[in-house]
Ligand binder design. Structure first.
Ligand code: ADP
Length: 253
């Protein structure tokens, strides 16, 4: 079922650490343009799954494709970083002493390095692109502000903006709204929904309110529940919430 519309295809992925299976025959299929929420208790294997996709961890077995042709397991981590997969870790990592605009500018020219980038003027097209991203991440009126002075949520948006400057096809987001205010959480859902369709997004999240916000426009949107290294349930939010095994995993016996 490796179809044309698939952006990410994981098949029977197993990862062992000293005999312990962090991923146990995990299979996951993400369609191009899809926004997929992934939930699961601590230790379910969510981080390990992201590490496999980005080449940080090599699985013992299984297959992993990006698009229909790129075999992720044949690429090095540094190579995977250049093919259109952007990953956002939980903590924001922006250049605190630079302005919001400069952070995006640097991300745009990341391949040239900090010093070299000072030698080149931005093209009109590049400036337009930065302006577009600034609007998308709700920081249009903060462009000249020092990044270190932004709120936690704004820093998270800036980092997402920095990822977007590199035109990723697939975004991997690890607990993007952790530590955000309710208003910031809502605006982050708005941002992700505006990226859906033109980008594929895999969002690992604990905040059920946020998952509600992300699926409200389409109640059939798929949510995946990971547990003990494999997919325990997959379906609409209502379906997985009604799943007895899921309830058991979350509430304990
Ligand atoms: P999650 O992100 O869902 O909380 P992880 O992918 O971080 O889960 O971890 C899955 C399991 O694998 C956990 O039990 C964790 O202790 C174990 N694990 C993860 N990384 C390593 C490692 N480098 N060495 C040993 N065990 C690990």
């Amino acid at each position: 079922d490796l179809t044309h519309g698939t952006i990410l295809y994981l098949d029977d992925i197993t990862v062992s650490f000293d005999g312990f299976r962090a991923l146990n025959q995990l299979s996951l299929n993400i369609a191009a343009g899809e926004l997929r929420c992934i939930i699961g208790p601590n230790g379910a294997g969510k981080t390990t799954m992201m590490d496999v996709i980005t080449g940080k961890t090599r699985p013992d077995a299984g297959r992993a494709f990006f698009g229909s042709t790129i075999d992720l397991l044949r690429l090095r981590e540094s190579e995977i970083a250049t093919i259109g997969i952007g990953r956002k870790f939980q903590k924001p990592t922006v250049y605190e002493h630079l302005s919001v605009f400069e952070n995006l500018e640097l991300a745009l020219r990341a391949d040239r390095g900090v010093r070299a980038s000072m030698l080149f003027r931005l093209s009109g097209e590049q400036i337009d692109r930065i302006a577009e991203i600034l609007t998308l991440i709700h920081l249009r009126d903060q462009a000249q502000r020092t990044a270190g002075l932004l709120s936690h949520g704004q820093k998270q948006w800036l980092e997402i903006g920095m990822l977007l400057m590199q035109d990723p096809k697939l975004l991997l987001l690890d607990e993007p709204v952790a530590g955000m205010t309710d208003e910031e959480t809502e605006r982050t859902a708005e941002l992700f929904l505006s990226l859906e369709g033109s980008h594929s997004l895999v969002v690992v999240e604990h905040d059920m309110k946020f998952i509600h916000d992300l699926t409200r426009d389409n109640p059939a949107k798929k949510v995946t529940v990971l547990h003990e290294g494999h997919v325990l349930a997959e379906g609409s939010l209502a379906q997985v919430q009604a799943n007895e095994q899921v309830v058991e995993v979350y509430l304990g016996r």
